[in-house]
Design a binder for this molecule. Sequence first.
Ligand code: FES
Length: 386
Amino acid sequence: MAPFAETPILSHHTKSPIEVSKEPDLLDGWWTSEYLFALERRAVFSKTWICIAHRSRFTKPGDYISMEIAGLPILIILGKDHIVRAFHNVCRHRAYTVTKKPAGSSLVLGCRYHGWSYDTKGNLVKAPQFDGIQGFKKSENGLFKIQTCTDRGGFIYINLSAGQLLEAPDCQETLELATEHGISAGSKWITGWELSGGFNWKTVGASDRTGIGTSAASAAGNWFIEKMVSMFRRPQLDVAGAKLVKVAPLTTVAMIPKCPLWLMLTTIPISAGQCTVKCDVFSTDATTLNKTDKEVLSSFVASHIHALEQSYEAVKIIRPFQEPLLLPLLKGHLKLERLAGMEIFPGKREEGKSEGFCRAERVCKELDQIAKAGNVLRSTVSGLDW
Ligand code: FES
């Protein structure tokens, strides 16, 4: 298995030069270092395929979800052609976030700052004050695309790398899951919620010593998860035998036995010691959740996060005994940065603006100034006591 699409993109880098010095020991602070987390944002989340959502989360064209990965705001939306696409959730005008809602449905996404609007394919469809400006082309100012792939089981993968990818996502785990448990794009999304957790994202895969890229195909592989599921032996919804499969690098899928329900838990790393876990509940048929089932699942997920926090507390001061499989990827990226003499952030999109854009933007800014001056004048006048 090749869990990573290694695509060193030297052309997409930040401007901050880095010190060329002795190689840092990344194992010190493996769980807690913010320096290491910043490197993981560039070396892992920015250039590997991430299983991020399921096709059945989107039912009608315009349905979307948004989140931040590696500090980059992203948007995943179903098009009128029923294809799911992902984009940087960043307006091409002045880089404000286009939608701040975590989920919604709209065939046109309007940026509320100056009214630029985008369709479900990310095309710019409206740019007030820019229309008619010579050299400005809407077709060159759509949302930045994120490479997206949906497997036969309906699992959606994204890769934030702006460069050409050398590998397709490894969908082996999700395809097996789909075959064994009848999961498909026709599954039904029932509900979803988010929880915060005080743990490092690698804690999720701590038992396989990598934190990334290796499946844990049964609950037996994770002592803390085994302990957790034993707490929920309930006749209504038996999550005791839940089969947990880790899909690299951030997602765990939980199948509830003898039941059409299944869960997708996606860990969104926020910092070295903090994550948000997105939980989505699906069914392979038309089953709905009753109140008791909802409570059981809520407790199950809360306990899952609590167990991760406990696991993190137990390991965070310990240096890994064996070399994590993730380490060569991090070292390889650092080496590239050292050669380039600067940080390389393959997921960042910073493209030069065309001359037409700059001309139109000058006009737009002048109009802004005039509008502001008008407001000042109005407020001054209204403040006068004639
Ligand atoms: S920043 Fe979006 S329209 Fe100006």
